[in-house]
Ligand binder design. Structure first.
Ligand code: NAP
Ligand code: HSE
Length: 425
């Protein structure tokens, strides 16, 4: 039987989960997959912590040269995170003919095509299932199971930390800070929490997923991004009263001959399949022109689920005699069909505070109408003082029209503040 030696670079949450699977399930993988995967090297900077996990001292290294110069290692697993030195270590590995499996969505979103070109030049593979949606095999589904279809739409909850926070705030009334701390303790959060709560993590993942779904290069810089930090307990309550839950959605869509990609908090109707995705669970709803809807659901973060995706890539790679490359980032026209204008259409939830005077509602409605924004629902609640909270749900409208209308509304005499603007599904 073929033995494939691997190195793991970075034995933290995901690297640790990967090590556990490769050691605990080694015989099972051997028996069921016909390939024996052996961990030959573990690279990290903290020797004591690594040895404390049961790794033999002869396997530990803190020097990348001990990985790349070892010709018996054919697959390198990168679970360190960040751009550097992960990128240089990956390039060194590819240049020495080793295939690379990584969970690093930031690195793939920023340097995919450079890494892919390097892999191709050296006949090595580059695999990154674990970079998107944790243990859920969404990349393999897009690349190996959707060939018959033009993907029309992709809607996803693709960040476990923010879904955990929003679920805890909605269901248990936890504060944002407490829920974030819990997500960090559970190993879901990125090193810098801004990556999760400000939507960067979901933006990188959506750039990768929509590139694969729509067979074009969707640069992460073309993805509209808004995080969850401005979502208030009041918005969550109002959503519930109106029959919605708030989720951080990643949306990739074909809109005519353009592709649009955006990440933002969204009102999702309670009976929509994505509304029931709770905690650190993730889901992606794909629509193909022939297959119709497919929904993939599972744990989007954490050591074991993400380790599972890494090991699946390792086995996939180990069994291949030739590697495949996407190539779509290489043409000069790559990304030309991506709409970076940010002027998409949506329904909206708008919440504002106004002085409770006659004519306020009609003044606000008049401005919205002037920009072609049609109202579907209005709720007004007095605060008991001299102000009232007014909430609008709109019909489909253009993003730029809504922004222009709100800028004008904010200047109206009796409007104190425009407090929230959240898109609705
Ligand atoms: P982590 O727990 O911080 O693990 C990273 C490990 O790599 C740590 O042991 C770290 O050591 C080590 N490391 C970092 N830089 C190094 C360097 N220059 N030389 C040697 N060792 C180094 O991070 P993680 O949560 O496992 O995430 C790793 C990657 O997986 C990231 O790209 C992340 O986006 C991705 N990912 C994470 C999850 C998840 O649920 N956590 C899910 C999917 C994908 P120190 O602790 O000393 O820095
Ligand atoms: N921080 C990420 C999340 C890890 O919360 O989804 C998985 O990519």
């Amino acid at each position: 039987m073929k033995t494939v030696n691997v190195a793991i670079m970075g034995l933290g949450t995901v690297g640790g989960g990967t090590y556990d699977i490769l050691t605990q399930n080694r015989d099972y993988i051997k028996r069921t997959q016909g390939v024996d995967i052996a961990v030959k090297r573990v690279l990290d900077r903290d020797r004591e912590r690594v040895l404390g996990r049961g790794v033999s001292p002869s396997v530990f290294t803190d020097n990348i040269e001990n990985v790349v110069s070892d010709s018996s290692i054919s697959i390198v697993i990168e679970t360190m995170g960040g751009v550097e030195p992960a990128k240089s270590f990956i390039i060194k590995s590819l240049e020495s003919g080793k295939s690379v499996v990584t969970a690093n969505k930031e690195l793939i979103a920023k340097h995919w095509h450079e890494l892919e070109r390097c892999a191709k030049a050296h006949g090595a593979g580059l695999y990154f299932e674990a970079s998107c949606v944790g243990g859920v095999p969404v990349i393999r589904t897009l690349t190996e199971s959707m060939q018959a279809n033009r993907v029309c739409e992709l809607y996803g909850i693709i960040n476990g930390t923010t879904n955990y926070i929003l679920t805890k705030m909605t269901e248990e009334g936890l504060s944002y800070e407490t829920a974030l701390r819990e997500a960090q303790q559970l190993g879901y959060a990125e090193f810098n929490p801004s990556a999760d709560v400000d939507g960067f993590d979901a933006m990188y993942k959506l750039s990768i997923l929509s590139s694969l779904a729509f067979h074009t290069s969707v640069p992460y810089t073309s993805v509209y991004r808004e995080g969850i930090t401005r979502v208030t307990a009041g918005d969550i309550k109002c959503a519930r009263d109106l029959g919605y839950v708030i989720k951080l959605l990643a949306i990739g869509r074909r809109n005519g001959d353009k592709i649009e990609a955006r990440v933002h908090p969204t009102f999702v109707p309670v009976d929509h399949p994505l509304a029931s995705v709770r905690g650190a669970f993730n889901a992606v709803l794909l629509t193909g022109d022939f297959v119709d809807d497919i929904m993939l659901y599972g744990r989007g973060a954490g050591a074991r689920p993400t380790g599972s995706a890494i090991v699946s890539d390792v086995v996939f790679c180990a069994k291949r005699t030739e590697h495949e490359y996407t190539d779509f980032g290489i043409s000069d026209k790559a990304g030309e069909d991506v709409d970076s204008s940010g002027d998409f259409t949506s329904k909206y939830y708008i919440s504002l505070t106004a002085f409770d005077r006659a004519g306020v509602l009609s003044a606000v409605s008049k401005v919205l109408a002037g920009y072609g924004v049609s109202i579907s629902t209005v709720l007004q609640k007095g605060s008991g003082g001299e102000t009232a909270n007014i909430t609008f749900l709109t019909h489909e409208a253009g993003e730029k029209s809504v922004s222009a209308a709100l800028a004008e509304i904010e200047k109206l005499e009796y409007v104190r503040s425009v407090d929230s603007l959240i898109r609705c599904l």
